[in-house]
Design a protein around this ligand. Structure first.
Ligand code: AQP
Length: 328
């Protein structure tokens, strides 16, 4: 059987250049490497307060961005998580095999909950990795392409699979994560020591930003003292982040990018970075707009939900049988 490649993105906000470089840009290349299962993690988006209309719009945008990146809906399975009820059903089972202690150690939970009053932290935010593990397990996924921040959740999924299989026999498939060597963690342009994140608007480049705004944001990105364009994330986080963006979008190595900018002043270097970002985003946005105008996402999501349901149901049934749930 071809390997199964699965990834999801939450429609919590407008997609950033971080989401694009970390995951989205690579997805079309995977269509020939295995069976691709890509979804909009809309149930996950409910783990933090979100306006219903904003969630609807974000989900449409995200589906359209997936397609604009070059995915062929006939070749991949593209769907809304909430359209396939097996995700929630498997979650209800799997929540019994992950424990409070390990969930409370998840960095993403600690970061997100640290900004909230305890009385406002929903159970869904705490139990987020259970649903994420269920998403992955449900398709017998082999490979999960993610940005660096999601590695911990995949490791936890692997722990869950081993724990479950030790108890019930070889029921679940063990997934592996796949992260980019360069660009797995694009940093904020205003604070290059923190991750560029769609729910934290400072320092983001949004995939929907107009090109003038993109250029302005890059030209005013925080850089470092000194004048050399050199990759040194510890001492030059701002320049290193811009070099990373340039290298990935130009399909060259960091070393090659460094060589191109020997003797450049920061201002001229930033202009070159802005040029490659604009050259990438402008046609991407045009495709996105065409998909939105023709509502191409609707049919793609309908076909995808049916295909996903057909893949998920047998795995769910296998798990139900293993734990002793009757099938009458
Ligand atoms: N800055 C980033 N650099 C590289 N990859 C990134 N990803 C996110 N930010 C960066 C990767 O994008 C995928 C989608 O992530 P998600 O929507 O499931 O949530 P996330 O990881 O929490 O991403 P955000 O943008 O930070 O969302 P919010 O602000 O809603 O929490 C993942 O594979 C992620 O690693």
């Amino acid at each position: 059987m071809a390997q199964r490649i699965l990834t999801g993105i939450k429609p919590t906000g407008q997609l950033t250049l971080g989401n694009y470089i970390g995951v989205l840009r690579d997805l079309p290349k995977m269509m020939d490497k295995g069976e691709c299962i890509f979804f909009i993690a809309d149930l996950h988006a409910l783990t933090l307060p979100i306006d219903p209309e904003v969630l609807r719009q974000n989900s449409i945008d995200l589906a359209s961005f997936y397609l604009a990146a070059g995915l062929d809906p006939e070749k991949v399975t593209l769907f809304l998580q909430s359209s396939v009820s097996a995700h929630a059903e498997l979650n209800a089972i799997m929540q019994n095999y992950l424990y409070m202690g390990e969930l409370s150690r998840m960095t993403q939970f600690k970061d997100k909950s640290a900004k909230m009053k305890e009385s406002a932290i929903g159970l869904g935010l705490f139990a987020y990795p259970v649903l994420m593990a269920s998403d992955i397990i449900l398709y017998d996924s082999d490979v999960v392409p993610v940005g660096e921040d999601q590695i911990q959740h995949i490791e936890l999924t692997r722990d869950l699979v081993n724990r479950f299989n030790n108890r019930y026999g070889p029921v679940l498939k063990e997934p592996h994560y796949q992260v980019r060597k360069v660009g797995a963690r694009i940093m904020s342009l205003s604070d290059p020591t923190t991750k560029m994140s769609k729910s934290d608007p400072k320092g983001d480049i949004y995939l929907k930003d107009d090109m003038k705004t993109v250029r302005k944001k890059i030209m005013s990105a925080v850089t470092d003292s000194g004048s050399e364009v050199k990759y040194d994330p510890e001492n030059k986080p701002g320049i290193s982040n811009l070099l990373t963006i340039y290298a990935v979008l130009s399909d060259i190595s960091i070393e090659e990018a460094e060589k191109r900018f020997v003797g450049y002043r920061y201002g001229d270097f930033k202009k070159a970075v802005a040029d490659v970002v604009v050259a990438e985003l402008e046609p991407f946005q045009q495709k996105y707009q065409q998909i939105i105008d023709n509502k191409e996402y609707e049919k793609a999501l309908q076909i995808g939900a049916k295909k996903a349901e057909a893949m998920a149901r047998p795995v769910l049934n296998r798990v139900k049988k293993a734990v002793g749930l009757l099938d009458i």
